[in-house]
Unconditional design. Structure first.
Length: 191
């Protein structure tokens, strides 16, 4: 190893250089400015993820209810529920929902009829249904749907902070579930 100089692993005392207070304060200030710029984007990213997840959960629940109704040849009903056992009369789907086979046609779940419990977990997102399915919806053995006020309807998932982040989950009279992203759906909805 010609020409290879051995170097010392550690510099002699007094020759080590570090950061002085001024350099450290400038670095921390730049870091704080970058963090202040990036945090709102992270919040937007998180809310968008919650909207996508909730949209997918809701769509999957509707699709499952329709499939169960066709398979069991019985009506499958979904309704808002805050206690995961009974239907709520206040039509607040944001507190959660239940799915059950209404074998006794009572309009409320009896023992052994419950199929699925849906929960809504984040308060940065609202869920409303300004139409036919405000209190309940029911899939028939033919796959068609009926709500407390009609045969077609939709659910709106909205961000309380970002108007351009919103989703719409629609259900046609034939029971087909569709979900789409659309900006400014919830402006003026009170959410």
């Amino acid at each position: 190893m010609k020409g290879w100089k051995k170097t010392r692993a550690y510099a002699a005392a007094g020759q080590c250089r570090g950061f002085n207070l001024y350099e450290m304060m400038v670095t921390m200030t730049i870091g704080a400015i970058l963090l202040a710029i990036a945090l709102p984007a992270f919040d937007r990213f998180g809310v968008n993820g919650i909207l996508v997840t909730t949209t997918n959960d809701l769509s999957a629940s509707f699709s499952r209810a329709r499939a169960e109704a066709i398979k069991a040849r019985r009506n499958v009903r979904m309704c808002p529920s805050s206690d995961s056992n009974t239907c709520d009369s206040d039509a607040n789907w944001a507190s959660g929902w239940i799915m059950y086979v209404d074998t006794d046609r009572s309009g409320s779940p009896a023992s052994g009829e419950l199929l699925q419990i849906g929960t809504f977990i984040d308060d940065r997102v609202s869920l409303t249904t300004p139409g036919s399915f405000s209190q309940w919806l029911e899939f028939r053995p033919t796959g068609t749907v009926l709500g407390n006020a009609g045969t077609t309807g939709f659910f709106l998932l909205c961000s309380d902070h970002f108007d351009d982040l919103s989703r719409r989950v629609g259900i046609s009279a034939s029971g087909r579930v569709s979900a789409k992203k659309q900006a400014n759906l919830c402006v003026g909805e009170g959410s």
